[in-house]
Design a protein around this ligand. Structure first.
Ligand code: ZN
Length: 445
């Protein structure tokens, strides 16, 4: 076989080089240098910033919302309602031309970002509008009510009577009593009384109504003692923090029990089992009363309704809260909450005659001209993943409210402060019922 005369020496050279390279590589792999240091273990991944008793978020929960919202709507909802300071989200939530880029772990850039793409005008040409993933039905998706006076049929409403009450009222610090012979004022017992009347009212109008609790037993199985180790971890989570005092540790564990753990357990029940169309959180408001056995009384008495929003930068830095806020935004709970709160505030104003409460700090913001409605981020109105209206009528340490608590659940009307009134609990429940009825009557097809 003839080879090209000039290629022959080149071929030999190439072959020698290949052989040498092969030998070198074999020798390296067979005889590793004796001086190699043992491999260093990878540094532990920095723990993310989470809310109390929060869990590391699963960003894939956003997958079902790809291309379901336009850039304009996303930006408006975020800036108008969800952010306390519209410019505050910075690098944590970056709005780019075609997507929003969300930091997966606020204290670790290497954890990366989640990209949620916006719906564009090209997507609008697809005839079927994107179905928004949510377990609740907005009013526009309800079937028309066919029966007279059953305007709430097909609706599942969950009522959350705020706090626990009973033997837990003192730990919760939602309790005061004058002397030993008067009826104690305990928010958790009072909200439960209202909840039971409201449940009856709304059921009569055709709704399926469930309460998150039927009595004054906590929903969470955890108790203060169980939460002491977590409390210790929480209090020393920042580098350089000193060992907390026994008092501070106990106080933190108590709050973890009656606030965080209790609300998270109710949320699990709501989001995983009940899956309602609407959540009504019942509370009574209070001004600082000092010593609960010698409370300070105030002249003020007022009402306001909270919807979810107004996240501070510190709250947006919590990885779980950031995801929860986005889930609410993408489910468009804001529109339902605002419209329902408008109707309910109107009926409450007419029936309770309470003036609006005004926030003076920056933990809540006004999002429409209604002076009764405030946007604020609370654990309950953030993690109950459906429209939530959070009611705060009556100041418990107002003298007239105290007198009405002492009067109890009397039937009919009684002269209270120069006017005939139904009892406090009925008045509260009826004022909410009237607003919900007005809303569903007006907006249901
Ligand atoms: Zn409360």
């Amino acid at each position: 076989m003839l080879k090209h005369p000039r290629s022959y020496p080149l071929a030999i050279l190439r072959s020698i080089l290949v052989t040498l390279a092969a030998l070198l590589s074999t020798s390296l792999s067979q005889n590793p240098p004796a001086s190699t240091s043992p491999q260093k273990p990878a540094p532990p991944l920095k723990v993310g910033v989470l809310a109390r008793l929060g869990k590391k978020p699963d960003w894939e929960k956003l997958d079902v919302y790809q291309k379901t919202i336009t850039r304009l709507e996303f930006q408006q909802l975020l800036q108008h309602n969800y952010l306390q300071d519209p410019q505050a989200a910075g690098k944590l939530i970056q709005i780019l031309p075609d997507r929003v880029r969300v930091s997966k772990q606020s204290n670790l850039a290497e954890a990366g970002y989640y990209d949620l793409f916006f719906r564009t005008s090209d997507d609008e040409k697809i005839p079927a509008a994107p179905k928004i993933h949510r377990y609740w039905k907005p009013v526009t998706e309800l079937r028309p009510s066919l029966q007279a006076n059953r305007d709430l049929s097909d609706l599942h409403i969950v009522i959350d009577p705020g706090h626990i009450g009973g033997s837990f009222a003192q730990i919760e610090e939602r309790w005061y009593q004058i002397g030993t012979k008067t009826i104690p004022v305990t928010e958790g017992d009072m909200t439960l009384k209202v909840a039971k009347i409201l449940q009856q009212n709304l059921s009569n109008l055709g709704a399926r109504v469930t309460l998150t609790r039927q009595n004054t037993t906590p929903v969470t199985p955890a108790r203060t003692a169980d939460l002491l180790p977590y409390a210790k971890k929480w209090l020393t989570r920042l580098p350089g923090t000193r060992k907390p005092s026994a008092f501070k540790l106990q106080h933190t564990a108590e709050r973890l029990f009656y606030l965080s753990s209790e609300i998270r357990q109710r949320a699990a029940l709501i989001n995983e089992t009940l899956k309602p169309d609407l959540l009504v959180c019942l509370h009574f408001n209070a001004e600082a009363w000092g010593n609960p056995r010698k409370p300070d009384f105030v002249e003020k008495n007022h009402n306001h309704i909270l919807i979810n929003g107004c996240y501070s930068l510190a709250e947006i830095k919590e990885d779980d809260s950031r995801l929860e806020m986005l889930l609410r935004l993408l489910q468009r709970t804001y529109y339902a909450e605002l419209a329902i709160a408008n109707e309910v505030s109107d009926s409450m104003r007419r029936i309770t005659k309470l003036p609006p409460y005004t926030y003076t700090g920056n933990n809540a913001k006004s999002v429409n001209p209604n002076p009764y409605i405030w946007s604020r981020n609370l654990l309950a109105n953030r993690i109950y993943l459906c429209p939530v209206i959070f009611l705060e009528p009556y100041v418990m340490n107002n003298r007239q409210v105290h007198a009405r608590v002492q009067a109890g659940s009397y039937p009919g009307t009684r002269k209270m402060d120069r006017t005939y009134r139904v009892n406090l609990y009925q008045e509260y429940a009826h004022s909410v019922t009237a607003g919900l009825l007005a809303y569903f009557k007006k907006h249901r097809k």
